[in-house]
Design a protein around this ligand. Sequence first.
Ligand code: NAD
Length: 269
Amino acid sequence: MNEAPAAGRRVRLCVLGPSGRMGAAVIDAADADPAVVVAAAVDRQGAAVLGSAVAADVIASDDLSHGLAAADVYVDFTMPLATAAVARAAIASRTAAVIGTTGLDAAARAAIDELAAVAPVVVAANFSLGVNLVLGLCRQAARALGPTWDTEIVELHHRAKRDAPSGTAIAMGRAIAAGVGADFDRVHCYARAGEVGARPDGEIGVVAVRGGDVVGEHTAYFFGPHERVEISHRATDRGIFAAGAVRAAAWVVTQPPGRYDMLDVLGLA
Ligand code: NAD
């Protein structure tokens, strides 16, 4: 079992996907944070980055068990298949985890739950402070405005994003549903086309826009009679997610086994 690092020692990270947009940003954020150090970087077999130096004294490798053994915590911004496989592999070493991959399927969620039974794990669809504030505001607004207000969420992301709607948009939808005591899985609407008829009461619409290099924009609309409230967040640099993930990594190694989110890390839970 990996032990929590002794006081004063830097928390050792194993960064997954160093060739990816977020993996590279996590390495940059770790370089800027004296509480942590990148101890290993693991990418998929065949990735062009394998064998290259990605951080001080760190060569990217596809040897996951070596990477996990070298680290106190691994940081995962990859894709759902990889998230499931790595979480299963980390159970034996009880390695702490910070998981930001979105679009997780049932297999990935189950693997994370198994890992969280033996190690502390932070899972968040969005690691930015601002978005986590927005989640709280969405819930508060929905509760205050009530179920007669129509709510819609619009999200914008770069053209390479694989999943839709974004994990953050879904988290906003869940926050709004919680605010009015509704079940998001029953009231969400991800697409409208054709003769869909009038908007049902209580529906939460979510629209995904894709294009260019947009880092991430989310707006929750609350439509009442003769007035409208909008709660928006715009990310202009993915470094905010990476810095949040590094902060989560330094925090999670001090926690007992269990599943945590960014509100726990920020002390807002
Ligand atoms: P990307 O395609 O640029 O990078 C993915 C990386 O994962 C690549 O380097 C790829 O080689 C690597 N990879 C794939 N399989 C692997 C494996 N088995 N082991 C190790 N590495 C593997 O994608 P991205 O834009 O960096 O986004 C990655 C994920 O992070 C997406 O799910 C995205 O939605 C999510 N994301 C989350 C947040 C957040 O705050 N939670 C923010 C931004 C992006």
